[in-house]
Ligand binder design. Structure first.
Ligand code: GLY
Length: 387
């Protein structure tokens, strides 16, 4: 390599995960660079921003639950610190969530979720349909019951991303607004990256945080390629006219005929309705079927949405991993770390990912709470030797 720039850390990818990693690394005194053609873009431009550790709990994901809860607990301080550091608002809102059931099957599903939440010691209260409507009068008369989860909040991911870009710049992160062409490997060690315009960036440590694209970076040896795949999510944005406000006071969600639907109300009148979950490779088209499904299911929950203004439809790609949990920390290639594979929890896991990666970059060791999420859990070499 004949690098024009050199740093302690180079972060490849400027979505919210790459940005928080760069911000925290710079705060720890590491000379940090980040490369992305459009910092602050990516899945955060589509995501609704639910911080739903409790209402998105799934069987078999209790280890991930621990990480999700730890990150949720950090959110109030994280948002306040970021707002101070960036001079921008993040839209963090401690509004709680109501997960409701519309028919007998949904109710049975929600009862199971409630039992699991109770076994995990989580705060969640069963309400009758009438109690749900008392909390949220716009709910359909047919709502048969629900779970009140006062600890599941929200943030505006677009404002979060913008604030993180500003915080990075203020903290001295060098931002290269160019696509990364390939990882540079020198003597079997990650040594930086080459940008699409030919610029060479040298770094002692490289963090690959390119969301669903993380498995596609050229130059990464096979044993270190992260097993992430794109999982498409379509989202609709509506606006509540002032005459209808307050339309909903908290996030409302349900499983309707097996599909998740959620309505996330912002204080500024935006109402985000999401999200489909589709395994369609790199396709990001918004389809009539996707929008129809979202509006049909949301309308069953809250019939009044038909009065709202339709402002945007959009699709993004979640970085799915084989066990739905993120990949954090060192890979089989010395000098290369991962911060990717956050799947449905990228926004929720932003605070803890920044802390975990900064700790690991400084000390070389994953902190205790992140050890189950080492990328090496998918390493064929490890699996063979532990068999
Ligand atoms: N966590 C919400 C989603 O992935 O749709």
């Amino acid at each position: 390599m004949h690098p024009e720039h050199s740093s302690d850390v180079l972060v490849v990818g400027g979505g919210i995960i790459g940005l928080v990693t760069a911000w925290r690394a710079a705060q720890h005194g590491l000379a940090t660079a980040l490369a992305d053609p459009s910092p602050g873009g990516g899945a955060a431009q589509v995501a609704a921003g639910m911080l739903a550790a409790v209402t998105e709990l799934h069987y078999g994901e209790e280890t991930l639950l621990g990480l999700n809860l730890a990150s949720a607990a950090r959110y109030p301080d994280f948002a306040a610190e970021l707002e101070e550091a960036s001079g921008q608002e993040t839209g963090y809102r401690s509004c709680g969530t109501l997960a409701v059931a519309l028919d007998a099957d949904d109710r049975a599903h929600l009862k199971e979720l409630h039992a699991l939440q109770q076994r995990c010691g989580l705060g969640s209260e069963w309400l009758t349909g009438r109690e749900c409507r008392r909390l949220e009068p716009m709910l359909a008369p047919g709502v048969r019951g629900g779970l009140r989860v006062d600890g599941d909040h929200q943030i505006d991911p677009r404002r979060l991303a913008k604030a993180l870009v500003a915080a990075c710049e203020r903290a001295g992160v060098t931002v290269h607004r160019t696509r990364v062409d390939r990882l540079a490997v020198v003597r079997d060690r990650a040594a930086g990256a080459v940008l699409a315009d030919g610029t060479e960036l040298a770094a002692d440590q490289v963090v690959l945080a390119a969301g669903s694209l993380s498995g596609r970076l050229s130059g990464v040896p096979e044993e270190a390629v992260p097993p992430v795949r794109p999982v498409k999510g379509q989202v609709v944005r509506l606006t509540v006219p002032p005459a209808y406000a307050p339309f909903l006071s908290r996030t409302v969600r349900a499983v309707v005929r097996g599909s998740h639907v959620y309505l996330v109300p912002r204080e500024n009148g935006e109402l985000v309705v999401g999200a489909t979950s589709e395994e369609l490779g790199w396709d990001t088209t918004v389809t009539a079927g996707g929008v129809y499904q979202l509006l049909r299911d949301a309308h069953e929950l809250v019939p009044g949405i038909t009065e709202l203004t339709l402002t945007e439809t959009r699709a993004g790609l979640r970085p799915g991993s084989p066990d739905n949990a993120p990949l954090l920390g060192p890979t089989e290639l010395p000098g290369l770390m991962l911060a990717t594979g956050h799947y449905r929890n990228g926004v929720l896991l932003t605070p803890i990912t920044g802390d975990v990666l900064a700790h690991t970059l400084v000390t070389g060791e994953l902190p205790e709470e992140a050890r189950p999420f080492t990328p090496r859990r998918f390493s064929p070499v490890r699996q063979e030797s532990s068999a």
